[in-house]
Write a protein that binds this ligand. Structure first.
Ligand code: AGP
Length: 593
C-alpha cells in the first residue's frame, strides 16, 4: 500500500500536503515526495528515500511554493527503494505529474509501446507509464488533458488509485479502481487522498468514492465526478465524518489489528498479483535445487508448514519446513545446490537472518518472501518475492500471514505447472474473505468470544495443512488474549493430550472436505468427554456446539479458515481489556536472539 494526497485551494499547498503525508505514513514509509505548481506555472518537486520527517529535514518541503500539488509516501512494490522510484512521477515533457497506490499489471506492454513512440523512463516503477501515456494522448493524438487522462485510465489493468495534475491548466484528476481514494470538500479547497486522516484536520466533509469514480478538480475551485469507464456524470453525496483525528489512521476501526484483518479482502488479491516472471524464476530455482528448506518463525513458520503440505499435494514435491531458530541443526545437509526460502514479514527477524547467513556460508541459494522491501532479508537473498500487503502496524501477523500463504500457494501451483489455475482460484477468494470479515460475522464471533473470555485453556485441532492453521490459531489467541491455547494434530489427541479434556473444555476444530471423516472422529472423542466443540468449516454438523461457516476452498482453506480466529483473538483481547496492537512482552520484529 502507499499513501497519496492531492490538494488545490486558497491556501499554500506544501504545509497541507506535508501534514497529510505524516498522517498517511502507516500506509507506507520507504520513500516520499511532494510536488507543487508555483506562480510561474512551473513544477517544484522534492522527493527522496526515507521517512517523511527524515526527508523534510534534508529537503525542507515547506520551501515549495504554490496552492496546488500532489504528495505520496511509498510502500515499494515494483522497483527498489530509490529516489528515482519515489513518487510523484513526471512525464517526459515535464507537464504532467502523477501519484499512485496500487499495481498497473499491464505496465510492461504500455512501457514498451511508449518507448517505441520515443518516450524514455528514469524509474523501474509501473507508475511512470501513467503521466507519459497522458502526454502521448495530448501530444500525439491531440486530446485535452481531461480526455487524455480518461483514455489512460481505460487502458490500465489492475487495482489502482491514481491522481494526476496538469502544469499548464492546474487541473487535478483522480480515479479509484480497487484501491482506496476519498474526496475531501472544504471551503474553497479540495483534497483527494487514500484515507480520510490525510485531511481530517482541514474538513470533515467527505465524498466516498466507488470504483470507476473520477474526480475532476477544476482550478476555479469547483469539482465534478464522472465514471472514467463510461464518461457519464456521477452523483455522490457529501457526508460529514464523526471521527476525531487521533482515531483517524485506524478509520472506523478501534485498532490497527481489526483494520488489518479487514484489509485482507484487498491484500490477498495484491499478494496474488505477482510478476509472472518472478514466480517463474523462483519456480525454476525450486525445480533445480537438490533439497529445499522453507524457514521462518512464529506465524511465518506456520505459513511454511502449511505450504509443505501444499507442495506435496499439488506438486508432489518434498519441501522441508524448519523453524529458523532450529535451522543450524540441519547445517550438515546444506550443499551448494540446496535452496533456502526464508519467509519473514519484517525481513529483520534475527533467527531468520542467522539462518540465511548459515545458508550463504554453505554456498546455498537463498530466496526471501518478505513484506518490507529493502529489509535485510532482501539484501542477503539472491531473489525475493514481495507480499505487497502494506505496513502491518499491529504486532500480530494477520494480513501478512494470509499474504504469505497466498504467495506460497501460487508457488505450489506454479511448480505443478498450473499457474493460471492458481491465479483463478485465488481470485475466487475475494467473496469468501469479504463475507468472513463482514460486520455480521464479527458480531457472531463476538458471542463466542464472550463465552471463551472466561476460560483458562483453549485447544485447537486440525489435520494436514489445517494442523498448521491450528498452530497459527493457538498462537493468535495466546499472544493477544493471554489465555493458554494449544494446538494438536487431530490424530495426536489420543496419544496423550486427551487427558486434558474435561467438562466444558473448549476445543476449536478446523474441518475441510479432505479431513472431515477423521477430524470429526477426533472431535467426537472431545465431545464424549464433555468438551465444548467449535467447528470452523463448510458444513454445520450436530457435533458442534458453535459453528462458524467458512465455505470449502480446497487447497486455499488455510487462507480462509484462519480469519475467523484472527477476529476471535482480537475480540478476546478487547473483552479482557488488553491492547490488541501492542500485546505485553511482544515486539513487531524480534531482532534479538
Ligand atoms: C505473529 O503474530 C507474531 N507477530 C510473530 O510470531 C511473528 O510472526 C514472528 O516473530 C516472525 O516475524 P517475521 O515474519 O517478521 O519474521
Amino acid at each position: 500500500m502507499c499513501g497519496i494526497i492531492a490538494y488545490t485551494g486558497d491556501e499554500r499547498a506544501a504545509p497541507i500536503l506535508l501534514e497529510g503525508l505524516k498522517r498517511l505514513e502507516y500506509r507506507g514509509y520507504d520513500s516520499a515526495g511532494i510536488l507543487t505548481i508555483d506562480e510561474n506555472s512551473e513544477f517544484e518537486l522534492k522527493k527522496d528515500v526515507g521517512k517523511v520527517l527524515e526527508i523534510d529535514q534534508k529537503l525542507n518541503f515547506l520551501d515549495l511554493e504554490g496552492d496546488s500539488g500532489l504528495a505520496h509516501t511509498r510502500w515499494a512494490t515494483h522497483g527498489g527503494v530509490t529516489r528515482s522510484n519515489a513518487h510523484p512521477h513526471i512525464s517526459n515533457n515535464g507537464k504532467i505529474a502523477a501519484i499512485h497506490n496500487g499495481i498497473v499489471e499491464n505496465y510492461k506492454e504500455l512501457r514498451s509501446k511508449l518507448i517505441s513512440e520515443g518516450f524514455t523512463f528514469c524509474s523501474e516503477t509501473d507508475t511512470e507509464v501513467v503521466p507519459n501515456l497522458v502526454e502521448y494522448w495530448i501530444e500525439k493524438r491531440g486530446l485535452d488533458f481531461l480526455h487524455a487522462v480518461l483514455n489512460t485510465f481505460q487502458s490500465l489493468e489492475g487495482n489502482f488509485a491514481l491522481v494526476l495534475i496538469d502544469r499548464d491548466s492546474k487541473m487535478i484528476v483522480g480515479a479509484k479502481n480497487g484501491s482506496p481514494l476519498v474526496l475531501g470538500v472544504g471551503k474553497n479547497k479540495f483534497f483527494l487522498a487514500s484515507d480520510i486522516p490525510a485531511f481530517l484536520d482541514r474538513t470533515k466533509d467527505v465524498v466516498y468514492l466507488y470504483d470507476g469514480d473520477t474526480v475532476i478538480l477544476h482550478p476555479e475551485r469547483r469539482y465534478e465526478i464522472i465514471d472514467y469507464r463510461t464518461g457519464k456524470v456521477v452523483q455522490r453525496p457529501i457526508q460529514s465524518v464523526s471521527w476525531d483525528i487521533e482515531h483517524a489512521a485506524k478509520g472506523e476501526f478501534d485498532h490497527f489489528m481489526l483494520k488489518e484483518i479487514s484489509e485482507q479482502v484487498e491484500t490477498i488479491q495484491k499478494a496474488s498479483a505477482q510478476d509472472r516472471e518472478v514466480i517463474e524464476d523462483i519456480t525454476q530455482r525450486i525445480r533445480r535445487a537438490r533439497g529445499v528448506f522453507l524457514i521462518g518463525c512464529g506465524s511465518s513458520f506456520h505459513a511454511c508448514l502449511s505450504a509443505s503440505y501444499l507442495f506435496s499435494k499439488l506438486a508432489s514435491f518434498h519441501i522441508n519446513a524448519v523453524l529458523a531458530s532450529e535451522f543450524s541443526a540441519y547445517e550438515d545437509f546444506l550443499k551448494e545446490d540446496t535452496l533456502v526460502i526464508a519467509v519473514t514479514q519484517s525481513g529483520e527477524t534475527i533467527d531468520v537472518l542467522d539462518a540465511i547467513k548459515t545458508a550463504k556460508q554453505k554456498g546455498c541459494q537463498v530466496v526471501s518472501i518478505v513484506n518490507v522491501m529493502g529489509s535485510s532479508a532482501t539484501q542477503f537473498a539472491d531473489a525475493s518475492i514481495f507480499l505487497n500487503a502494506g505496513p502491518e502496524v499491529s504486532v500480530l501477523s494477520t494480513k501478512t500471514y494470509t499474504a504469505q500463504l497466498t504467495v506460497l500457494t501460487l508457488l505450489a501451483y506454479s511448480l505443478a505447472g498450473k499457474y493460471e489455475e492458481g491465479q483463478r482460484e485465488l481470485k475466487y477468494l475475494w467473496n469468501i474473505v469479504y463475507n468472513i470479515t463482514a460486520a455480521s460475522m464479527r458480531n457472531r464471533i463476538k458471542d463466542l468470544a464472550d463465552r471463551l473470555s472466561k476460560v483458562e485453556h483453549i485447544f485447537v485441532l486440525g489435520r494436514g495443512p489445517l494442523y498448521a492453521t491450528a498452530l497459527e490459531a493457538a498462537l493468535k489467541i495466546k499472544e493477544v488474549s493471554y489465555i493458554h491455547a494449544e494446538a494438536f494434530a487431530g490424530g495426536e489427541l489420543k496419544h496423550g493430550p486427551i487427558s486434558l479434556i474435561g467438562k466444558g473444555t473448549p476445543c476449536i476444530v478446523f474441518v475441510s472436505k479432505d479431513t472431515e471423516r477423521h477430524i470429526i472422529s477426533n472431535a467426537m472423542e472431545v465431545k464424549s468427554r464433555g468438551g465444548y466443540l467449535i467447528g470452523i468449516g463448510p458444513t454445520p454438523l450436530d457435533t458442534f456446539d458453535f459453528f462458524i461457516k467458512v465455505p470449502e476452498s480446497d487447497e486455499l482453506n488455510p487462507i480462509c479458515q484462519i480469519i475467523p480466529i484472527q477476529i476471535l483473538a482480537y475480540q478476546l483481547a478487547v473483552i479482557l481489556g488488553h491492547d490488541p496492537d501492542r500485546p505485553r512482552n511482544l515486539a513487531k520484529s524480534v531482532t534479538v536472539r
